[in-house]
Write a protein that binds this ligand. Structure first.
Ligand code: ADP
Ligand code: MG
Length: 300
């Protein structure tokens, strides 16, 4: 593949079928170095399938990928020292304490100093003296986050990382991601909730039903998302508002026309002014709606 140092992760036609069941099909992604890349889609979209292939944990049906310049390989060597991986279905040694578990992983990773995983744990308010098997879901997830970040990996692959974390801990998690990127890491972050990635991601790929729907920046998604514009008129709203550029729908409520608009609202406003509009209220695009719109559009 023609990858260079600006590409951290690339897939070409990456496909996984479980028998007849599609996991993910013909996935083409390119993740740039030092980018936070959101991998978004509802449950069952194929996110975990993709991530497991990238890490060599399951075999692809066809297609190709390269990770940090190396070709995709199936097998246990897939867990590499330059990658930090937080699985979606985190399995931990239940009988060890957090400290014992992280010390064990630290040795496997070639000697991460205890001060490193201890300070990460402290930031996430994780009590390392308790046995992993006795921890709540959120606290187990913290153990997963610490083991993924602790060895300063060049690539972080995080499968639904903040599921189960309370909002304060999520904030701290976001600073961990930003710090990692500041130190040159690339972050591939899967989620089924847009709000979880919109504060972090530079770009977002939306997948649904085993297929890539769109790749865009968060700002780009926002621009494409529809806004709501409410127009008040002296009497019954004019009938031709729907002909203005970008207007997707018009609903009349008394003297008010409630319009959904994609892109610039200038054309609609000009028309409204020509009809002596009395008042205008606009509402910011709802990104979550945009995301759901893409997913609904894709499955139609
Ligand atoms: N081991 C498996 N055997 C059969 N089907 C599977 C298996 N794992 C996942 N699938 C199916 O593949 C699709 C994608 O699943 P998954 O990758 O787990 O999605 P996501 O992580 O986005 O929720 C789903 O339809 C799921 O039922
Ligand atoms: Mg999953």
């Amino acid at each position: 593949m023609d990858d260079d140092r600006t590409t951290a992760l690339r897939t070409r036609g990456l496909t996984k079928f479980y028998g007849d069941q599609r996991g993910i099909e013909d996935l083409d992604l390119q993740v740039r170095t030092e980018e936070v890349y959101g991998f978004l889609g509802p449950n069952g979209a194929g996110k975990t399938t993709t991530i497991r292939m990238l890490l060599g944990l399951i075999r692809s049906t066809r297609g190709d990928a390269s990770i940090l310049g190396e070709p995709l390989r199936f097998g246990p060597v897939g867990v590499r020292a330059d990658i930090g991986y937080l699985p979606g279905d985190l399995a931990l040694y239940e009988r060890m304490t957090g400290e014992q578990l992280l010390a064990y992983v630290a040795r496997l990773r070639g000697g991460v100093p205890p001060s490193r995983y201890r300070s990460l744990s402290e930031r996430l308010a994780l009590d390392l003296s308790r046995r992993v098997g006795d921890l709540s879901r959120g606290n187990r997830q913290k153990v997963g986050v610490v083991q993924a970040f602790m060895h300063w990996p060049r690539l972080l692959v995080l499968d639904e990382p903040t599921s189960g974390l309370d909002p304060l801990v999520q904030k701290e998690f976001q600073s961990l991601v930003r710090e990692a990127v500041d130190f040159g890491a690339t972050v591939f972050l899967s989620s089924h909730v847009l709000t979880e990635v919109e504060q972090l991601a530079d770009r977002v790929a939306i997948v649904n039903d085993g297929r890539l729907v769109v790749v865009d920046t968060v700002d780009g998604l926002r621009e494409r998302a529809t806004k709501r514009v409410e127009l008040d008129f002296p009497g019954t709203p004019p009938a031709d508002l729907g002909s203005a550029a970008g207007v997707r729908s018009v609903e009349v409520r008394g003297v008010t026309a409630v319009c959904t608009v994609a892109g610039p609202v200038g054309s609609l406003l000009a028309l409204a002014v020509a009809h002596d509009v009395v008042d205008v209220h606009t509402h910011d695009p709802d990104l979550e709606d945009a995301f759901l719109g893409y997913v609904a559009g894709a499955s139609r």
